[in-house]
Design a protein around this ligand. Structure first.
Ligand SMILES: [Zn+2]
Length: 109
């Protein structure tokens, strides 16, 4: 669900491993996340890979490298691995309003 004010409050402090799963408030367990991703991720650590149907861990921004798991194709993000596909799927990273924001933030230098 898009919020018209979302672009003005782009980042929340997100617990990578939710406190209910034993995650701490220490910096290695914290990451910036947009409102949309933080709300949808909730306490999830995994989801279902849409290609294989297998339970798969979500991308861990402190332990993994973005470019190993994701590619940007225009305004669309593509998961390159099971982790990338699962994260794109769970976080609804290609929802129309997310792709629209990517288009707005694309600048040619
Ligand atoms: Zn996000």
């Amino acid at each position: 669900m898009a919020n018209s004010w979302e672009p003005y409050f782009p980042y929340h402090i997100e617990h990578i491993v939710a406190k209910q799963h034993g995650g701490s408030d220490d910096p290695p367990n914290l990451a910036f996340a947009c409102h949309h991703c933080n709300r949808i991720k909730g306490p999830n650590l995994s989801s279902i890979d849409p290609d294989s149907g297998l339970i798969t861990s979500l991308f861990h921004p402190r332990l993994e490298h973005w470019a190993d798991h994701f590619a940007r194709e225009g305004s669309r993000l593509r998961g390159l691995t099971a982790t990338g596909r699962t994260t794109v799927y769970l976080l609804q990273m290609n929802a129309p309003h997310r792709m629209e924001l990517r288009d707005l933030n694309s600048v040619d230098f």
